[in-house]
Design a binder for this molecule. Structure first.
Ligand code: NAP
Length: 279
């Protein structure tokens, strides 16, 4: 089995980003990272993103808020960040605490700064096949991994396991844009193993540690594992990769999709800056 490492795709994206940056005539775009509280997973992602952005000569600015900030105050602060001309794009950590009115926050967000595809306008564009919108970064990272490994989706049976708005649904729409025939599965899907086994390309995003094994994977399938889970104190995906024999290619966890997501975010930031500064 060939392992599809995210670092290879990230390297290709780095080259694309450098080229786009050169069009900005020395202007360095800034990502605004907006976080409420100190969720360890958020902090870990934030640290990784800051490091990646530094390596790409991009700036980041963290806006951190106390967990007990009121919804009204947060919306007002978020509006200021959104309108700040020095911030070219925004990454908002979600889910937000329950007392924060997420809809109001998203309503405020300018879709041109919405790098992770959470605004309704960007979601609509992804579903309409309009490539001018920003898709959720992880969903796009999946497609980038396939593209950079010369895996053509046209006419292929793609099965997406998971139907969240962050990954499952948008990745299915992006695969349709690439002319794949797409099936979306979820917890109520009947005959899940049989449906998954028919996939040429199986994209797994369910958040169930190592649930997917050869019973779900057809002979010579390509498996993309989006899952990030902790089992026995170790990071692992949704696929039990060590015991998989049927797949011809697969992404590992760690070092797979996760390694590409921040590169996609960086690419979105530069595109956002180009759009804001040049048009
Ligand atoms: P989510 O919102 O919890 O959605 C999970 C989806 O999987 C739901 O559609 C659910 O079905 C389905 N599902 C759960 N258990 C299932 C089962 N036993 N059989 C069939 N379907 C099942 O999760 P998410 O936000 O999409 O994230 C999915 C995974 O990706 C998580 O492990 C998350 O940590 C990871 N992730 C990775 C990255 C990255 O950069 N690599 C980024 C974000 C998230 P129902 O809709 O029927 O409930």
């Amino acid at each position: 089995m060939i392992l599809l490492y995210g670092a290879d795709t990230a390297q290709k994206l780095k080259e694309e980003i450098s080229e786009m940056l050169s069009e900005l005539n020395g202007y360095i775009p800034t990502l605004g990272i907006v976080r409420i509280g100190s969720n360890p997973a958020d902090i870990s992602y934030e640290k990784g993103a800051i490091k990646k952005f530094e390596s790409l000569s991009l700036k980041t600015k963290v806006f951190e808020f106390e967990e007990n900030i009121t919804s009204e105050d947060f919306v007002a602060e978020f509006k200021k960040i959104n309108e700040d001309d020095n911030i070219d794009g925004i990454l908002l950590f979600r889910p937000l605490p329950e007392h924060i009115d997420e809809k109001k926050v998203i309503d405020v967000l300018n879709e041109k700064k919405d790098l992770d595809g959470i605004s309704y306008k960007n979601i609509a564009k992804v579903f309409a096949g309009d490539i001018t919108g920003f898709a959720p970064c992880t969903a796009k990272a999946v497609i980038k991994i396939l593209e950079s490994n010369d895996i053509d989706l046209e006419g292929k049976n793609v099965v997406v396991l998971g139907r969240s708005m962050v990954i499952g649904r948008p990745v299915a729409m992006l695969a349709i844009q690439k002319n794949a025939t797409v099936t979306i599965c979820h917890s109520k899907t009947e005959n899940l193993k049989e449906v998954c086994k028919r996939a040429d390309i199986l994209i797994v995003a369910i958040g169930r540690a190592k649930m997917i094994n050869d019973e779900y994977i057809g002979k010579d399938a390509i498996v993309i594992d989006v899952g990030i889970n902790f089992a026995d104190g170790k990071l692992c995906g949704d696929v039990d990769l060590e015991n998989v024999k049927n797949a011809t290619m697969a992404t590992p966890v760690p070092k797979g999709v996760g390694a590409v997501t921040t590169s996609v975010l960086a690419g979105h930031l530069v595109i956002a800056a180009l759009q804001r500064r040049m048009y």
